[in-house]
Design a protein. Structure first.
Length: 101
């Protein structure tokens, strides 16, 4: 839901209007409620599965986590990220665009 905004349109009809749901969701995100909720559910799920509440190790896949090899690449990536996409039709919608009727 957070990534593209489009799934807000697919909320079930028996739920409150998507603007109301989105309003509460953004307040919860700002207050850290969703992060706390997910952390609590993660611990409960791990204990229910007979594991320790907190993981004892983590894995980082070098195929996924890649950093720039030089400062020139960092500057180029930053410059590319700042280029405007206005007029190209590929710009991402504003966060509130998902809630328009």
């Amino acid at each position: 839901m957070v990534r593209s905004g489009r799934p807000w349109r697919y909320l079930p009809a028996d739920r409150p209007p998507r603007r109301t749901v989105y309003w509460y969701f953004t307040r919860w995100e700002e207050a850290g409620v969703t992060e706390k909720l997910l952390a609590t559910l993660r611990v409960k799920a791990r204990v229910q599965q007979g594991r320790q509440p907190e993981p004892s190790a983590g894995i980082i896949d070098s195929q996924i986590v890649k950093g720039p090899t030089s400062s020139a690449e960092t500057a180029e990536a930053t410059t590319l990220g700042r280029r405007s996409t206005a007029g190209s039709g590929s710009s991402s919608p504003a966060p509130w665009a998902c809630c328009s009727p």
